[in-house]
Design a binder for this molecule. Structure first.
Ligand SMILES: C[S@@+](CC[C@H](N)C(=O)[O-])C[C@H]1O[C@@H](n2cnc3c(N)ncnc32)[C@H](O)[C@@H]1O
Length: 345
């Protein structure tokens, strides 16, 4: 196919932009390439793992990507530079073991950031990850039992837990830089929650609401996968569906029906969460669902219904690897991840 006539011009503009980006990486005095000084490599690796590896760069905008998506940083940066080649505000590129992050350097937004509040923090699984990046982290939950559990397992000194709710966040006005909700926002009265976010967030403060949708068994054999997934959904939707809290449909929908009331709003559904499991692990997941607990309480005579499914799952899976017991065959259990990001203007 013939290239459109403006292509060469556009390509050279991209090349110019990429050259500008490369040039904007400021080399430290005395820096030698890692290959010629192994000790430098070790130091760099340590900094990356500790998430304090920063480079000053010219303005690239505020873009955050996770591993294996580094190219989108460059593409997005090139797009922005093309749109405004005069823009030379400096920024900091942070490189950590699991992310590349570009942050505007306006004196306020360099790490460690100020205050993060994790609302609906439960046992603090997601709260602790914020600790290295913020001066102060507050986990908030309505359940005192969950908070006690969280306190037992948190060793980070800058994390505290407070009783509160999405509708009544225990923080002063304009004091918070980031609000996170991991698998929890659908439990809140969202209108009240957004009003609270607006009250406690500083200008430019952000909300990140995230979670994962329904996981499904995946195998390299398409036929086996189809049968496994159909049986899984038969349990999840067919049997337990009527006993599932309707607010969980937001999760099954990957929050597609929820918009954060921010001018600067972004939705990402490109990531997945993958666990490698056996049949019994997958059944354990089903048993942990509140819909399962409600079902077996309502129908005690059917409390053992999963054992029939267990046999069917094992029989289906066996041909995948006839040389080991079906109980030991491992497969992927994959759930889509959704992330809603908003910034208060
Ligand atoms: C599915 S758990 C998620 C816990 C944790 N964020 C995680 O990812 O493991 C949902 C949490 O939301 C809490 N929750 C429910 N309603 C809430 C509300 N209105 N305000 C704050 N937390 C609430 C529950 O107590 C529970 O700990």
């Amino acid at each position: 196919m013939e290239a459109p006539p403006e292509m060469p011009k556009r390509q050279s503009a991209i090349r110019r932009s990429m050259r500008r980006i490369r040039k904007s990486f400021k080399k430290k005095d005395g820096y030698v390439p890692p290959a010629s000084k192994p000790h430098q490599y070790a130091r760099d690796e340590k900094a990356v793992r500790a998430a304090d590896c920063n480079f000053s760069v010219k303005y690239l905008g505020a873009i955050e990507v996770t591993e294996s998506r580094g190219m989108s940083v460059c593409e997005e940066a090139a797009k922005r530079l093309r749109a405004n080649p005069q823009h030379k505000v400096r920024a900091v590129l942070q490189v950590s073991a699991d992310a590349l992050r570009v942050v505007e350097e306006d004196g306020q937004q360099s790490p460690p950031f100020g205050v993060a509040v994790d609302v609906g923090c439960g046992s603090g699984q997601g709260t602790k990850y914020l600790a290295p990046h913020f001066r102060e982290v507050v986990g908030v939950d309505v359940s005192d039992g969950q908070l006690q559990e969280a306190r037992k397992t948190t060793v980070e000194g800058n994390v505290i837990y407070r009783i509160g709710s999405g509708e009544d966040i225990p923080a002063p006005d304009s004091s918070v830089d980031l609000i996170t909700c991991a698998q929890s926002m659908h439990w809140f009265d969202m209108e009240k929650f957004f009003t609270e976010c607006n009250r406690v967030l500083k200008t430019n403060g952000c909300i990140a609401a995230y979670g994962n949708g329904i996981p499904l068994p995946c195998t390299p054999n398409q036929e086996i996968q189809k049968v496994m997934q159909e049986m899984f959904m038969e349990i999840y939707r067919g049997i337990l569906g009527p006993y599932t809290d309707e607010r969980r449909t937001h999760v099954a929908n990957l929050y597609r029906d929820i918009h954060l009331p921010c001018k600067d709003f972004k939705r990402d559904t490109t990531l997945v969460k993958k666990n490698i499991v056996r049949v019994d692990d997958m059944l354990g997941f089903i048993q942990s669902l509140s819909s399962y607990q409600i079902y077996i309480k309502k129908f005690p005579d059917k409390a053992d219904f999963l054992s029939g499914y267990r046999k069917r799952f094992l029989d289906t899976l066996q041909p995948l690897n006839p040389s080991i017991p079906a109980e030991d065959i491992k497969f992927d259990f994959v759930a889509p991840i959704f992330i809603l990001l908003g910034r208060k203007s």
